[in-house]
Each structure stands twice: as structure tokens, then as C-alpha cells.
Design a protein around this ligand. Structure first.
Ligand SMILES: [Zn+2]
Length: 323
């Protein structure tokens, strides 16, 4: 019997940040001397309160310490580190236990998973988590795991688990490579009963944008995180092949293009703390972006009401009708 969760009505009209990370260290970034490399759960709670955001969906940091980080970076090998028995064992436990310990009722945790090792053990562990704590979804990081979204279907039973628990799956996406948003589009079309989110605007993929503009799979959402940081990066470095050519120097205009095309399928998120990213020895891009800056980028009652309704539908599915 899964632990009881908030019901859909609790989120009515509330602003939900649908993409944050906390409750641990990202050893991969720490090892590579990159920022950010961690976020404490109470720090994130403080940022939420100060910015006037009502709820936060929270994921573990992207890399699990199950893997030996030097082997990953030197040889691309997924080798056990000895810290724990299976991927995301400690990360999920820390996240869920901390939320419970500090009664952080505005945090809606998703469990992380990896498809590179001990998959059946992870499935049993996530099922067990759902019995002990409120569980709102699953998070998969394609780039860190070096597998595309279709591997969720091929290499695991996580789709069955999502279906059984009625929870969605958020997937890291980019335009190409193993993070291909097109692969997630295909997966979503094949499994209409599971809700998916293509994180980071679906990599600003033109093909995915076109498919979604034509209606796309109704169970696929895109998140807009981190709006300011992604737009700043693309304004400086340019969009790659296959990506939309948009006025990236003006994030609100970029958002408007997506809102116009398929506004009811967009989720607002910040990707906290991943909005000031880079090598420690390189100068940080100025001005620094804060959590409050990302929250302020979605000011306005109509926009906030739209994002609230979308998050409600993404998290709770059929309990809430599309407007
Ligand atoms: Zn993220």
C-alpha cells in the first residue's frame, strides 16, 4: 500500500517548480572541479519560501555515488565505487528521509534511477520507497547514464512501475545524442498511459517542437528549466543544428513562442542549483542568476495559473482535465 500523498486539489492555483535537485553532492562535478556540486535540502526550502514559490518537485543530484567517478571520466566505464549496493540507493534515501524528518510538505520528491547496473534492485527499492514515503515521480538523466530514453522501455520495468503507481517520469533531454528528445517523443507515443516530461525545452529540438505543435502525444510535457540560464548560454554560443532559431537574448520571447504553440503542455522549472554552471577555474558568467531571478521570470497571474494547472495535470494525470 503506497504511502499517502497530497491530492491534486492541494496544487490548484499553486506555482510548482517542477525541476530542482537537492539532498546531496554531485561527485561527478566535484571531481571535475565544476560548479555546482551540491545543494542542501533546507537551503532549497529557504529559496522557495523567499521567492514565493508554493511547491517544488525535487530530484536527487544527477550522478549517483554508486559509480566510481574517476573510471567514468577516464574510460567512460560504469564501475561500482563501493559506497553503496546499487545506484541511487543513498541519494534517494537521503532525499526522502530528509523531507520526512524536517516535515517539508512543500517538496514533492521524485526517485532517481540508472540503467547501467543493478536495475531490478533499484526497481524493488523504488517500490519500497513508495510504501514508506510519498513518491511523486521518477527522474532519469540520459546524459549522465549514457543511454537514450528508449532504454527505459528496453532495459527496465520502470514503465510498469510508473503505471502501477500513477506517477510521471521526467527525462533529461537535448537535441541530439543519447539525450535525444526525439527518442523520448517516440517512447511517449508508444506508452500513452504514462506521463513523461522532456526536460530543458526538449533540447529546443525543431523536430520535437513541430510534433508537439501538431498535437504530439498527449502524455508528453516539456519543462522550461532553467529559462534564464539556458537562454543566456544559447544567446552567447548559438543554437546547434536541429535546434530552433529563437531570440535567445530575450527569454520571455522564447517562452512566448512555446506558450503560443502548446502552452498547456509546458511545465515551469528552475533546475536549481544548476543555473550557474561551469569550471571552477573559469570566471563565472555575470551577473549570477539566482533562484529568485528564475522565479521572477514567470511573473503574472495568467502565466502562473497556466503553469499551476499544467503541473497539476502532469503530477496527477487523469484526476485533472486539460483546460
Ligand atoms: Zn536537472
Amino acid at each position: 500500500m503506497p504511502a499517502s500523498r497530497l491530492d491534486a486539489a492541494a496544487l490548484k492555483g499553486r506555482l510548482v517548480d517542477t525541476h530542482t535537485h537537492c539532498g546531496g553532492v554531485d561527485l561527478s562535478n566535484f571531481y571535475k572541479k565544476r560548479y555546482p556540486y551540491g545543494q542542501d535540502i533546507l537551503d532549497l526550502e529557504g529559496k522557495r519560501e523567499a521567492a514565493g514559490v508554493d511547491y517544488q518537485v525535487v530530484f536527487p543530484m544527477p550522478t549517483s555515488i554508486y559509480y566510481h567517478i574517476p573510471s567514468y571520466w577516464r574510460r567512460g566505464a560504469f564501475v561500482p565505487s563501493g559506497y553503496c549496493d546499487y545506484p541511487f540507493q543513498l541519494e534517494n534515501e537521503h532525499l526522502f528521509a530528509s523531507i520526512s524528518r524536517f516535515s517539508l510538505e512543500r517538496m514533492l520528491p521524485f526517485a532517481g534511477f540508472s540503467l547501467q547496473a543493478q536495475v531490478p534492485q533499484q526497481e524493488r527499492a523504488v517500490w519500497d520507497l513508495a510504501q514508506r514515503y510519498p513518491l511523486y515521480g521518477l527522474k532519469y538523466h540520459t546524459k549522465v547514464d549514457q543511454k537514450n530514453a528508449l532504454a527505459i522501455e528496453r532495459d527496465s520495468a520502470f514503465l510498469d512501475l510508473a503505471r502501477a503507481l500513477g506517477i510521471p517520469i521526467t527525462v533529461h533531454t537535448e537535441e541530439k545524442g543519447c539525450s535525444s528528445a526525439a527518442a523520448l517523443l517516440e517512447l511517449a507515443a508508444r506508452h500513452p498511459e504514462v506521463r513523461f516530461c522532456a526536460a530543458h525545452f526538449g533540447g529546443f529540438s525543431q523536430a520535437v517542437f513541430d510534433a508537439m505543435s501538431r498535437g504530439g502525444p498527449k502524455n508528453l510535457y516539456l519543462d522550461t528549466c532553467p529559462l534564464l540560464a539556458r537562454c543566456r548560454f544559447l544567446a552567447r554560443h548559438g543554437a546547434g543544428e536541429g535546434m530552433l532559431d529563437l531570440p535567445y537574448h530575450a527569454p520571455r520571447q522564447v517562452l512566448e513562442v512555446y506558450l503560443e504553440a502548446f502552452g498547456t503542455r509546458l511545465l515551469w522549472g528552475t533546475d536549481a542549483p544548476w543555473y550557474n554552471y561551469g569550471a571552477l577555474e573559469a570566471p563565472a558568467e555575470q551577473p549570477l542568476i539566482s533562484y529568485a531571478d528564475e522565479a521572477a521570470a514567470v511573473e503574472g497571474p495568467a502565466l502562473r495559473a497556466l503553469f499551476a494547472a499544467n503541473a497539476q495535470r502532469y503530477l496527477f494525470g487523469n484526476e485533472v482535465e486539460e483546460r
